[in-house]
Design a protein around this ligand. Structure first.
Ligand code: 5AD
Ligand code: FES
Length: 328
């Protein structure tokens, strides 16, 4: 659907929220059906070279107990996730250079043997790295642009470059990955106007998946005193994304559930068709704290898989049994 910026702003602000959610739900059903695709998310390292002001695992947060899984631990976590039925494994971490190109390629090759799609969510790397990961078998890549307001982006991380992140997204796309990107809403100084630009940007670059989550201030970061995003703004933004790009994958994000116990269910009924349950084990779940009040920190992969499965069935939807890619 093509919507102009004025119309998008209206949908994000004055349109009755329930009406918007219903419309997005209808477009979702007509275009991607009732299947909800599950991705098993492995948070394999909380070590990060970056220092984004909003992020709980920023380099400057000395209170974080740092970890990374060993190569074998990561592969074993993926194997178990595939055994409990996940057809996509998402490998997510901070920008941890212990994970060299060669090490990641070995890991990807092993995980691909479990008959799963592999998604990487490991931030900015070189073209050569992206190319090698793709050749090793990685299918998809997730990297949010976070905001298209370049000044705000640079304020949120003075050491990073918006242009460089954009260039990385273009490399990923050119290499034939399915590309996931997205934004946070409710960032300090972020405007509705700018969120409308973000949505048009995601459409413009032709993402295959778009993740939208509320910014949740972390107490151990410089943004501790900020307000953060609301569930309503995140849901509205996600619903408009569905109207703009009817057939892409849109996750009900974990951050939404952190704001409300039914956050993901509300999202699935307002345009979303993907959920990414955590399959990280043990203490690592708690240590991978991008924002506070993260859900499921004391749960196990099996528990989360059945919990979300029941929730999905309770709203009359079904679990997808394929890889759940974005077919064009
Ligand atoms: N609140 C909400 N989302 C966050 N992320 C990072 N920090 C926070 C926070 N404080 C999101 C970013 C990142 C993704 C992995 O998590 O959008 O891309
Ligand atoms: Fe983890 Fe419900 S998804 S407990």
């Amino acid at each position: 659907m093509s919507l102009d910026k004025q119309k998008i702003i209206e949908l994000l602000t004055t349109t009755d929220a329930e009406t918007l959610y219903k419309q997005a739900d209808k477009i979702r059903r007509e275009n991607v059906g009732d299947e909800v695709h599950l991705r098993g998310l492995i948070e394999f390292s909380n070590i990060c070279r970056n220092n984004c002001l909003y992020c709980g695992i920023r380099r400057g947060n000395a209170q974080v107990k740092r970890y990374h899984m060993s190569e074998n631990e990561l592969i074993e976590t993926a194997r178990k996730a595939s055994e409990i039925g996940f057809k996509t494994i998402v490998m997510q971490s901070g920008e941890d250079m212990y994970y060299t190109q060669a090490r990641l390629c070995r890991i990807i090759e092993q995980i691909k043997k479990f008959d799963v799609a592999v998604t990487l969510s490991i931030g900015e790397r070189s073209y050569e790295d992206y190319k090698a990961f793709r050749e090793a078998g990685a299918d998809r890549y997730l990297m949010r642009i976070e905001t298209t307001d370049k000044d705000l982006y640079h304020k949120l991380d003075p050491e990073m470059s918006w242009q460089h992140r954009y260039d990385c997204l273009m490399m990923i796309k050119e290499l034939g990955y399915e590309l996931g990107s997205g934004i946070m809403v409710g960032l300090p100084e972020q405007t509705i106007d700018s969120i409308a630009d973000d949505l048009l940007f995601l459409k413009e670059i032709g993402v295959d998946m778009a993740g939208i989550g509320p910014f949740i201030p972390h107490p151990q970061t410089p943004l501790a005193q900020e307000k953060g995003g609301t569930l309503e703004l995140a849901l509205r933004t996600m619903a408009v994304m569905r109207l703009l790009m009817p057939d892409i994958n849109i996750p009900a994000t974990t951050a939404m559930e952190s704001l409300h116990p039914q956050g993901r269910i509300k999202a699935l009924q307002a345009g979303a068709n993907v959920v990414m349950p955590n399959v990280t084990e043990g203490e690592y779940r708690r240590l991978y704290e991008l924002y506070p009040n993260k859900i499921c920190v004391n749960d196990t992969p099996v528990h989360c898989r059945s919990c979300i499965g029941l929730k999905i069935m309770s709203i009359g939807r079904k679990i997808g049994n394929g890889y759940g890619g974005h077919r064009r």
